[in-house]
Design a protein. Structure first.
Length: 150
């Protein structure tokens, strides 16, 4: 298992722990937003709920960058991938995740850096991994549809 896969699994576990019965800090009430803060200097990923209260944390040791406090694109990509994998498994359909529901990457001041997931009853907005190849699929579909009209 590559290091990237390990980080993605750790991030997935960070979110899954929110519903884990054995976790004393598991969610007890509905949540409509999760704010993710990354402290690159310490490799810490912290999840905050609707009222900016801390709901879970984890340290990803390969993310520790004492000389560079900025959030790397690799970190964001792995976070997106973990969230997309959970979405594909239906994790965000749990009753405790109220609609509309969003996950946002935020800075120290809780200013949004990037929206990572947005779910509303009939609307799902996800980042690139789930959308890759969509243009090609739509082009093929449209081409086949128009070919039938000729």
């Amino acid at each position: 298992m590559g290091s990237t896969e390990k980080e993605i699994q750790l991030l997935g576990r960070l979110f899954q722990d929110l519903l884990d019965e054995s976790n004393p800090r598991r969610l007890q009430t509905g949540l409509s937003d999760i704010f993710v803060r990354i402290d690159a200097e310490r490799g810490e990923v912290a999840l905050y709920g609707d009222d900016d209260e801390l709901i879970n944390t984890s340290v990803i040791f390969s993310w520790i960058r004492p000389e560079d406090k900025s959030i790397g694109e690799d970190m964001i990509a792995q976070l997106r991938d973990a969230i997309a994998r959970l979405e594909a498994k239906g994790f965000w359909e749990h009753d405790l995740f109220e609609r509309p529901f969003s996950i946002e990457l935020v800075g120290e001041d809780f200013q949004t850096i990037e929206e990572l997931l947005f779910l509303d009853d009939d609307l799902v907005k996800v980042s690139t991994p789930l959308l890759e190849g969509l243009n090609e699929d739509l082009d093929n579909f449209l081409g086949n549809l128009l070919a039938d009209l000729k």
